[in-house]
Design a protein around this ligand. Structure first.
Ligand code: PLP
Length: 396
């Protein structure tokens, strides 16, 4: 008998993947230019030139046996020192290479961290709307998903709701800011309130409640918005970072875990991270890209391209009567379905060749996600189809 749970996960594709695959088939049928695929969060901005130059130089000049060989399980010391130096410089946290574990992106960072922290029956709180894979990662660590309902309209964290969801079994809380799928950034006040509440609950229950900061979108923010760095607010923090979106390198699978140096159990938690990485087979992140990160730590993608897309789409859709929060970051627009059933809206949009993602699985009903990490040209060409769709709703 094989593991039925794993069979279930493998045989059922996520709705995003399902729509993405449909788009590929549809593009063959009617032409790529006639399909408006807003389904998947694949960066549309090229990686910075320095990355390409650095890869070329490494491949040309470095000893290829070493370059493509194993690194230490937790990552090459040079790469970990570069990451720690970056955190010290940008956020003023006195962190060292010994607090960093290099990973294959945020998915690995999260899976490892959850496995390191959770025991069977523990609870992990997520804030709706949330990245659907959290459920898979949390349950794989033997923990239970507890969903905290957000404030209406703004999708900021509802502190009273969060308080009502914390129990003696709460082991960790995941904060994803900027958020996939809402694009919301949790501001300083929200972060201050959440961390004050967690400290109070740690005291009340007499054990740690860890904060996991899932930060693949940290660098994608617009109009000077600041994303508070959680280690500066709360000692029991683990940061799960990724270069997938920050440097447009999702296929290269590179990121890291940073364990807050001020955490009381810092050494124990870091070693549990190493143990979880080992037990999951997530050791020795891609060696070439560890070297790339070590040498290009200050590289940045041009976020203005996403900002332009956001502005065209947000302004266009709201002017037509669609209802959504203006996202401060990431590359998603979280739009209220003009009818209660987001799936019905999805089908109507699909009939106009617009592919968006219904978000019931993200923990909020009646919304769709539009990923605007696409070409500006496609956004502009899609606007008449969005308008025709809204006009149909206005008629009925
Ligand atoms: N967390 C969130 C919120 C995401 O949106 C994603 C990917 O889209 C991930 C984690 C996983 O990122 P990575 O590609 O670095 O594994």
């Amino acid at each position: 008998m094989i593991n039925e749970k794993m069979y279930g996960l493998g045989s059922k594709r996520s709705i995003i993947r399902e729509i993405f695959e449909y788009c590929k088939v549809r593009a063959q049928e009617i032409g790529k230019e006639n399909v408006f695929d807003f389904s998947i969060g694949n960066p549309s901005v090229a990686p910075p030139d320095e990355i390409k130059e650095c890869i070329n130089e490494l491949v040309k000049n470095e000893n290829s046996v070493l370059l493509h060989g194993y690194t230490s399980a937790q990552g090459d010391l040079g790469a970990r020192e570069a990451v720690a130096g970056d955190i010290r410089k940008r956020f003023g946290v006195e962190i060292s290479a010994d607090d960093i574990y290099m990973t294959c992106g945020a998915a690995a960072s999260l899976t490892i961290s959850l496995k390191a922290l959770c025991n069977e029956g523990d609870e992990c709180i997520v804030f709706a709307p949330f990245f659907t894979e959290y459920r898979v990662f949390i349950e794989n660590a033997g923990a239970k998903v507890v969903v905290s309902t957000p404030m209406e309209k703004t999708f900021q964290i509802d502190i009273a709701d969060l308080e009502s969801k914390i129990t003696n079994r709460t082991k960790c809380v995941i904060i994803n800011s900027p958020s996939n799928p809402s694009g919301v950034v949790y501001n300083e006040k929200t972060v201050g309130d959440v961390t004050a509440l967690l400290r109070k609950k740690e005291q009340e229950y007499g054990h740690e409640i860890y904060l996991i900061a899932d930060e693949p979108y940290r660098e994608l923010v617009y109009d000077g918005v600041r994303v508070p760095y959680l280690m500066n607010y709360y000692d029991d923090t683990i940061v799960c970072y990724s270069y997938s979106k920050a440097l447009s390198l999702p296929g290269e699978r590179i990121g890291y875990i940073a364990v807050c140096p001020k955490m009381k159990d810092n050494r124990k938690v870091y070693l549990a991270v190493c143990g979880a990485g080992r037990s999951l087979g997530y050791v020795c992140a891609p060696s070439l890209f560890q070297q790339v990160i070590a040498r290009t730590i200050n590289a940045k993608v041009d976020v203005n391209i996403y900002k332009q897309n956001r502005d065209i789409l947000y302004n266009g859709l709201t002017e037509m009567g669609y209802d959504c929060v203006k996202p401060d970051g990431a590359f998603y627009l979280f739009v209220k379905s003009p009818e209660e059933d987001a799936y019905a809206f999805f089908e109507k949009a699909k009939s106009k060749e617009i592919l968006v993602v219904p978000c019931d699985d993200f923990g909020v009903k009646g919304y769709v996600r539009i990923a605007y990490c696409v070409s500006k040209d496609m956004i502009i060409r899609s606007l008449p189809a969005f308008r025709a769709l809204m006009t149909e709703y206005a008629k009925n």
